[in-house]
Design a protein around this ligand. Structure first.
Ligand SMILES: Cc1ncc(COP(=O)(O)O)c(C=O)c1O
Length: 368
């Protein structure tokens, strides 16, 4: 905002004081800026294999004529497919323009002036941001050894808390709560608050004790689960994610959702992706190989890292994260600086093809 703006007084304080997120520029602009001839995006935990064959077919089979027609306003066929996959009713799903949009639906549905939401201090920041620019306090519980700490979260919950956001597994640390921890947390909350479990990276989790909260929904009427097609399913550019909960809860949240925010190509590609078992297995294989390679190399370089579930690793750098970012960018490697996640000095790297990770390791050796 410019130094003086006549209409500034119309803005609520919480919007005025909110620092807008600055997205990265498009690749060609960044390549010009950093003077690199190629760019590997290791900053957003996207799937380097891209979309599945099934989704590719759905995308290329989409007739341009249909661009003139509004999409299904409630992702009708996709919800039917999700229901069949997870053994639920279609009415238990609400689809949004990415999981980011469903975060806003839930906050809009439940929060009013004076309310707060509770989450961790070092997790996916959008819960905190949406609460903040909507005028609600986000109370942040410190992580305990890189994981969500149930007691610290419960200590922050008060009369004005409406929603608790858990990120499982956590972005950026990869830590997760197993089924027993999750159940005991839900029991401690005792149905008094909405508990959102964001499972954006669930499809990458290989640990058998991972809860898969969609299975728990029938047991807890206050549980909302988020999933996305941006990560495992490689559809980040189409913007589609969803939530699942018991019917009355979904009916309440639906009131605050803007229909037609999810485009037709995204709905069809997402529905087709649900059949892509090979793609999921192939991606897991790639992530497993990448993780093992990178951890071995980082050990060799004596760099500390935080690695858990998910398709990313956080690396502690002996130089500032922004300096590391700039140096790696000059070599065509885009990583995520972690200062914004309250992990100054760390970078987060998305796991990718071995050739790309080899380039990253060379880059790290060079800049150190
Ligand atoms: C934990 C978590 N939740 C939600 C999202 C948002 O996903 P979407 O692309 O569906 O908006 C992300 C994206 O990085 C994420 O890491």
């Amino acid at each position: 905002m410019s130094a003086f703006w006549r209409l500034e007084h119309l803005l609520p304080e919480y919007v005025k004081n909110f620092e807008a997120y600055v997205p990265s520029r498009p690749d060609p602009e960044l390549m010009k800026l950093y003077g690199c001839s190629h760019l590997h995006r290791l900053n957003n935990n996207e799937n380097p294999l891209g979309p599945s064959i099934q989704a590719r077919k759905a995308i290329s089979g989409f007739s341009p004529e249909r661009a003139a027609i509004y999409p299904s306003g409630d992702s009708y066929y996709l919800r039917m497919k999700l229901a069949a996959k997870f053994n639920k009713k279609p009415s238990q799903f609400l689809v949004g323009n990415g999981a980011n949009e469903v975060i806003t639906f839930v906050i809009k549905a439940f929060c009013e002036q004076g309310d707060n939401v509770v989450t961790a201090d070092r997790t996916f920041a959008v819960y905190e941001w949406v609460a903040g620019f909507s005028g609600y306090e986000a109370k942040l519980a410190p992580l305990n050894r890189f994981g969500f700490d149930e007691q610290r979260i419960l200590d922050l919950v008060d009369r004005k808390t409406k929603i608790v956001f858990l990120c499982n597994p956590n972005n950026p640390t990869g830590s997760f709560w197993n089924i027993d921890r999750l159940r005991s947390f839900m029991d401690a909350v005792d149905g008094e608050k909405i508990v959102v479990v964001d499972e954006a990276y669930a499809e990458f989790v290989e640990d058998e004790t991972f809860p898969d909260c969609i299975k728990l929904i029938e047991e807890y009427d206050n549980l909302v689960v988020f999933r996305t097609f941006s990560k495992m399913y490689g559809l980040a550019g189409l913007r589609i994610g969803y939530l699942c909960a018991q019917e009355p809860l979904v009916d309440a949240i639906r009131k605050t959702c803007v229909v037609y925010s999810v485009n037709a190509i995204a709905q069809e590609a997402a529905a087709a992706s649900l059949d892509s078992t090979d793609h999921v297995l192939g991606t897991r294989e790639l992530v497993r190989a990448g993780k093992s390679f990178l951890m071995q190399q980082l050990d060799g370089l004596s760099l500390n890292y935080v690695s858990g579930q998910g398709n990313f690793i956080m690396i502690e750098m002996p130089i500032s994260d922004t300096l590391a970012y700039r140096k790696l960018m000059k070599r065509g490697l885009m990583v995520r600086t972690m200062s914004g996640f309250r992990f100054p000095g760390y970078i987060r790297v998305s796991l990718s093809h071995l050739k790309v990770l080899e380039e990253l390791v060379d880059g790290l050796k060079n800049i150190l």
